[in-house]
Write a protein that binds this ligand. Structure first.
Ligand code: IMP
Length: 430
């Protein structure tokens, strides 16, 4: 039986990875975040209490789980410390025995956030619609070898020297974009206390993960954002700046690819997107309004209204293939209740050709037209259903349409935000 499971988003993020990770954390020993940063907003609801996690893995709410923040996560120290104190106030103390942070993780510093916002304002209509959390500029610094890393926080001389090397060029760019330069001393004052607090948490997280797997522990890798936002495989340039796919989990975490990895692909029963970029099945009519209202489709990180539209099976076939998905989790099926007919995109037409699968690059092709079919809806409220037999026939048919359309079994169906509003058809970890 496999000990390693990756939870990955198959759309443009916000699929419900936080809820699924939290649910499966009960069966995990370790939960590791491997990319992204505080742009993520993983919402977990426990006994009616909503918690939004941006930086800490969603295993944080399960006391027996060890949480890992890997080297390819960009770390916003301010958000992390805030989150750790809110969790401590809620009775979840993330002491160093429960949370390990990679020494190599690159920091998101105040000047990254300033650059992110200044760039977006300068881009006008071409802006990406980022979360403004400094993610792109922090990753640029990582690959540009200008990063300040977590380990630098623990040595005042090293931190001072590092900032002296990297800050002048960043400040020149900030001034060029019309912003105010950051002072070296102010940054030192801000970061040294952070280093004192985070020092005990820093570790070689690749070694921690390898050892956990060697001892036969169950490790869950929690991705952030979604496949269509991947910097290589998504709707470039309207993407985030990291690798969001499942198989990136291992090189990004610094471990060899474990045998028989399970990949749980998370999808919403419809499609949403925040920010700019193509979205062929977007619906600005009544269907889109129904989804936004009933699904409370507003960003967990920015509060922005999400763009909403029909399920896109060809894009999901691409995401299923790229990630090597072995199981699916279908989220927010309840939101489709109250509709007579539900539109679903089953293929695309490209001139005379019909395409069953599309690469996200093709979305900006003006001749690409979605083929939308309507399937029967249902009026019942699905919350409260605890088994598949409790679902009305059209909801079961919708589930089958997805399984047959993607060729992968649906293991879990979510019908509300609470842990309890879930139908577990087959535990991917049994
Ligand atoms: P960034 O990651 O803040 O640079 O934003 C780049 C794009 O990714 C924008 O379209 C954001 O709306 C989107 N994005 C980033 N993180 C998330 C997320 O967690 N959920 C949904 N969209 C996201």
């Amino acid at each position: 039986m496999s000990r390693c499971l990756v939870v990955v988003g198959l759309q443009w993020g916000d699929e419900g990875k936080g809820k699924v990770t939290d649910l499966l954390a009960a069966r995990a020993d370790v939960v590791a975040r491997y990319q992204g940063g505080a742009n993520a907003g993983h919402t977990v609801v426990v006994s009616g209490q909503k918690v939004v996690l941006h930086q800490v893995p969603s295993g944080a709410l399960t006391p027996t789980v060890r949480c890992i923040i890997g080297p390819a996560v960009v770390l916003d120290p301010e958000t992390l410390l805030d989150e750790m104190s809110s969790l401590a106030a809620a009775g979840q103390d993330l002491h160093p025995g429960r949370l390990a942070i990679s020494r190599a993780a690159n920091l998101v510093l105040p000047y990254h956030k300033a650059l992110d916002r200044l760039r977006e304002s300068a881009a006008g209509a071409d802006r990406i619609g980022t979360t403004g959390r400094g993610i792109g500029p922090a990753y640029e610094d990582m690959v540009g070898r200008r990063g300040v890393r977590a380990a630098d926080l623990c040595d005042a001389d090293r931190l001072r020297a590092r900032l002296a090397t990297v800050l002048p060029e960043r400040n020149a760019l900030i001034r060029h974009l019309g912003g105010n330069a950051w002072s070296h001393d102010d940054l030192m004052d801000l970061l040294l206390p952070v280093g004192r607090t985070l020092g005990p948490y820093l570790a070689d997280t690749g070694a921690v993960l390898s050892e956990a797997l060697r001892r036969g522990q169950r490790v869950l890798f929690e991705s952030a954002q979604g496949t269509l936002l991947d910097v290589l495989h998504g709707t470039y340039p309207y993407v985030t700046s990291s690798l969001t796919t499942a198989m990136a989990a291992f090189p990004l975490s610094g471990i060899a690819t474990p045998k028989d990895t399970l990949v749980l692909g998370i999808l919403k029963a419809y499609t949403t997107r925040v920010g700019g970029g193509p979205f062929p099945t977007e619906d600005s009519g009544d269907f889109g309004v129904h989804l936004r209202t009933r699904g409370a489709e507003f960003g967990a990180t920015t509060g922005r209204p999400r763009r909403c539209g029909a399920l896109d099976l060809p894009a999901l076939r691409f995401a299923t293939r790229v990630n090597g998905v072995t199981h699916l989790a279908l989220m927010k099926l309840d939101v489709l209740g109250g509709l007579d007919r539900i539109p679903v995109c089953t293929a695309y037409r490209d001139g005379a050709r019909t395409l069953d699968t599309v690469h996200p690059d093709q979305f900006s092709d003006p001749v690409l037209v979605p083929v939308v079919e309507e399937v029967p809806g249902w009026s019942e409220d699905l919350r409260g259903a605890r088994s598949e037999a409790d679902l009305p026939q059209p909801a079961r048919a919708y589930l089958r349409l997805i399984e047959e359309g993607l060729g992968v079994p649906v293991s879990l169906v979510s019908l509300g935000s609470d842990r309890a509003d879930t139908v577990l058809r087959a535990d991917p970890w049994l």
